[in-house]
Design a protein around this ligand. Structure first.
Ligand SMILES: [Zn+2]
Length: 190
């Protein structure tokens, strides 16, 4: 190969390489911009400090056969983490396509199953009877009703985009008493 031919080949290779890197970077950024955007919307609309509402305990008597939690939580759905716990967001957001099943992180009984005006949208809250409660927000469908006993791993609803949310994801909280915990200190993605 002569000098000129080799130069052209090198040039073409470099151009191809740069093009691949640029396309990959744009795809990566586009994917994450969407996540960053809807994470911000959730936090901005919920006004930081008032991001969470207090949980009202189930008013009725303890349902017959109400289960107590094992104390060990399971990851509540499949997906990728789009927002971790921080000052304005005491929860973890897990994104996937709408309709992805959401599971009880531990056994207990349902204290809330319905629409919340606070931005959570369709919400399920489970009291685990051991001082812990877990909350599942933005659901597209709810599969349980208040007062119902649930087993760890039982489906409680489907991932959705209801309330202050701009993309399908699960907003998952773990509460110890009235304290909002960092869920990632209790449970990790599989
Ligand atoms: Zn969230």
């Amino acid at each position: 190969m002569d000098q000129k031919g080799q130069g052209t080949l090198e040039y073409a290779l470099i151009v191809a390489l740069v093009a691949i890197i640029v396309i990959a970077a744009l795809a990566y950024l586009g994917f994450h911009l969407n996540n960053i955007y809807y994470s911000m919307v959730e936090v901005l609309l919920s006004n930081c400090e008032s991001v969470t509402e207090s949980v009202y305990d189930y008013g009725g008597s303890l349902p017959p056969g109400a289960l107590t939690g094992t104390g060990k939580f399971r990851w509540p759905t499949e997906g990728y983490i789009t927002q971790k716990s921080w000052h304005c967001h005491h929860a973890v957001d897990i994104a996937n396509s709408e309709g992805t099943p959401v599971y009880a992180a531990d056994s207990g009984y349902v204290v809330v199953a319905g629409w919340r005006e606070s931005g959570y949208g369709n919400t399920v809250i489970i009291n685990h009877g051991n001082g812990f409660q877990t909350l599942y927000a933005h659901l597209s469908a709810i599969s349980v009703s208040a007062g119902q006993s649930v087993v760890k791993g039982q489906r409680v609803g489907l991932m959705g985009n209801t309330g202050y949310s701009t993309g399908p994801h699960l907003h998952f909280e773990i509460r110890e008493g009235s304290k909002l915990c960092n869920p990632l200190e209790f449970v990790s993605p599989p």
